[in-house]
Design a protein around this ligand. Sequence first.
Ligand code: SF4
Length: 237
Amino acid sequence: MTGSALIEVCEIFGPTIQGEGALLGLPPVFVRPGGCDYRCRWCDTPYAVDPAYPHERTAMSATEIFAEVRHLSGDRPLTVSLSGGNPALQPLEGLIALGRAAGYRFALETQGSVARPWFAQLEVLVLSPKPPSSGMDCDREALAAAIEAAGGAAVSLKFVVHDDDDYLFAREVAACFPRLPVCLQPCNDKPRLPGRRGEVDLERLRRLIAKTLSDGWYEARVLPQLHVLLWGNERGR
Ligand code: SF4
């Protein structure tokens, strides 16, 4: 355990409902570490990625972070959602060990570009390989290594889908891991328009549902980002 290593943190908030992926609707406390090895075109958390927002990050010890999690959760062990940025870049094993000792559970979402041995200490690992519209290349070997590292954690795949190429990418990657649950999520690129709050692109959601059904991909769940539907991309939600 490296409990003394400092972790770059952008924000800690909650409990609030999980708006996407495998824990949709459950009320975790969120810990959002800073830093990402990707630069997706439609990233909705640039403050957690771009060093141009350095004031957004605080170096905290695992003990300090966990004290804030306990405070926010009223000392009731719940799920801690590790989001990003890419949280796999940060030394989170000490935080996970502290939390687990107190009965907390940990879920982490990452694009799967970096595998860590401590993934096996997670309850839930959501891997969100980035599709062509992100402008990034998915490293499939790294993705497979992340799945392998997760050991007994519940692993699922989540794909953001902007267009047909993204859909085909999701189909292809999911076919490589047929035992993993799959969630498809329409890309919300409207936040990039000046002066607009984030909002779910309902037309794209409808098209994605229609495509998935006509394609007979009945194993995939199609979900909008619930928090964006409710509150736009407001931070702390
Ligand atoms: Fe943003 Fe996630 Fe892409 Fe990183 S991987 S740039 S956090 S969308």
